[in-house]
Design a protein around this ligand. Structure first.
Ligand SMILES: *Cc1c(COP(=O)(O)O)cnc(C)c1O
Length: 231
């Protein structure tokens, strides 16, 4: 099933790139494997997937130990400061930085472990109350403050668009965050670049690609529905 799903997702990514006049190489597919067993991750790995996304630190660490070494692990979930230390040298990219205090902790732990950590700033672009992420207006201040911290590097922005059955509804948000990233890039802040735009999930990744996503985070579309039942 994973293989067929991946083929379908890949085809859709290519079609979206073509519609937008973009090169397929500009878009990285992250397979979001949260709640899924290692056997399914291995299936995806066998199909060539090397980018995996998880939203819980403990789960990522468990899978990190069991999977091959050449994987890039993406932390995409809300992160508590007391768990940052476990990610050092293991998370390829932390997508979910939405406060200066969290950025400071990632910096402090990176210094302590003598590693460099790439991060994205998570923006709540639609201003949804239920969502983590910093507001669009506050983003530049957080970027400027976090840019000065040692051993961390801001590589772009991440957003989770509203849940909707109509992906077209989210086009406006994807466009807004792209504009925000261009504005920030223009400021040429030391130690900051806006190369990465992490946006688009199973329901809306094609629209996100049309609007400039460089990373899409697809879970259900690859691994099927998640069961949060008893475990
Ligand atoms: C779960 C999750 C995804 C993947 O969601 P799907 O709709 O299953 O593709 C993407 N991004 C984040 C931050 C997530 O938590």
């Amino acid at each position: 099933m994973v293989q067929e799903n991946l083929a379908d997702v890949e085809q859709r990514i290519q079609a979206a790139c073509e519609r937008a006049g973009r090169d397929r190489n500009e878009v990285t597919l992250i397979a979001v494997s949260k709640t899924k067993p290692v056997s399914m991750l291995n299936e995806a790995y066998g199909c060539g997937i090397r980018e995996f996304g998880e939203n819980k630190v403990q789960e990522m660490m468990d899978k990190y130990e069991q999977m091959p070494q050449d994987i890039h692990w993406h932390m995409i979930g809300h992160l508590q400061r007391n768990k940052v230390k476990y990610l050092m040298g293991k998370a390829y990219l932390i997508h979910s930085v939405d406060s200066l205090r969290l950025a400071e902790e990632i910096s402090a732990q990176s210094v302590k472990h003598q590693v460099q950590t790439d991060i994205l700033i998570e923006v709540n672009i639609a201003g949804e109350e239920s969502k983590f992420g910093i507001s669009g207006e506050e983003t530049i201040h957080l970027v400027e403050a976090a840019a000065a911290l040692p051993n961390i590097h801001i590589r772009g922005l991440m957003t989770i668009a509203p849940f909707t059955d109509h992906p077209e509804d989210n086009r406006i948000y994807f466009r807004k965050i792209k504009e925000l990233s261009v504005d920030i890039d223009r400021k040429k802040i030391d130690n900051v670049n806006m190369h990465i735009l992490s946006m688009g999930m199973t329901g809306d990744y094609e629209v996100a690609i049309e609007e400039g996503a460089t990373m899409v985070r697809v879970g259900t579309g690859i691994f099927g529905e998640r069961d949060y039942g008893q475990n």
